[in-house]
Design a protein around this ligand. Structure first.
Ligand code: ZN
Length: 273
């Protein structure tokens, strides 16, 4: 009686092709189609250069000839599949152990992180909507439960600047009188935005808001005045007008000159990266 043979994936072998044996397993030679023309031997697409496929010279057969396909008895197949199943199960168990270990480590990192920086992150939270830097640093910290000492310090400084800037908000009053030249004002730069505008002089307008050390809100609308948020400056400026912005009295200054830089913040973008 003839032994039934199967391909590795389990399909029964029922061709009349000759079955050979390489000493280990039986096999047969399976004809392959030319991969270039798909067995057609040529294509209309190539008719300008000659219809015939140059890979198989028109035979439609694979240029390396038929491929050797091993065959297995049912018993061999069962044994091979059992070995494979066991191997897969081991791999899966290994993967699950590694995953559990990684989860545990992440949890421990989170605990240690919270113990060390939890307060800082809580303090930062109210300012996340107001500062891209604070938002970025906090998001990255929570993602990996990591915060370098330098980042923690920069975050703490940024929070302190906001708290300082907010302090005088309710109490803010107008400064000087319109046309008056104010000298030696110390103020912290809160925000600087560049807005696109259409005018014959310029394509943008730089608006800088500052908080005077005495609590008043100052605004400067000038492309010539460049300052980084967080910077503490001593400035001279002429009162252009007084107005209310966001429910707060603010003094708009013009012809602003920086007399002294008291504090220059670090490049926060670098720290956030
Ligand atoms: Zn071909």
């Amino acid at each position: 009686m003839e032994t039934k043979l199967f391909r590795r994936e389990g399909t029964p072998f029922n061709l009349t092709t000759e079955v050979r044996n390489d000493g280990l397993y039986p096999y047969f030679m399976e004809p392959r189609k030319c991969y270039r023309c798909g067995g057609q031997g040529g294509s209309d697409a190539w008719k300008n250069t000659g219809y015939k496929c140059y890979d198989c010279l028109g035979s439609g057969m694979h240029k390396n000839g038929p491929q050797k396909v091993r065959l297995y008895t049912e018993e061999q197949l069962t044994r091979l599949n059992a070995i494979k199943a066991k191997k897969d199960a081991t791999e899966q168990a290994k993967g699950e152990r590694a995953k559990a270990k990684a989860e545990e480590e992440a949890f421990m990192r989170m605990l240690m992180f919270t113990a060390k920086h939890g307060d800082l992150l809580d303090r930062a939270e109210p300012y996340e909507t107001r500062s891209e830097f604070i938002r970025d640093v906090c998001a990255k910290a929570r993602e990996k439960w990591e915060l370098s000492d330098k980042q923690a310090e920069a975050l703490s400084n940024a929070i302190a600047r906001f708290q300082e800037a907010d302090k005088g908000k309710e109490a803010s009053e107008y400064m000087g009188s319109v046309g008056e030249r104010l000298r030696g004002l110390q103020a912290t730069v809160i925000k600087q935005v560049v807005l696109p505008v259409i005018s014959e002089f310029s394509s943008c307008l730089t608006i800088t808001t500052l908080r005077a050390e005495t609590g008043e809100m100052i605004v400067v609308k000038s492309n010539a005045f460049r300052a980084r948020p967080g910077a503490v400056l001593v400035i001279d400026g002429s009162v252009k007008k007084h107005n209310i912005y966001n429910g707060e009295k603010q003094t708009q200054l013009k012809i602003v000159k920086i007399k002294k830089v008291v504090f220059e913040p670090e490049e926060e973008e670098d720290l956030a990266a």
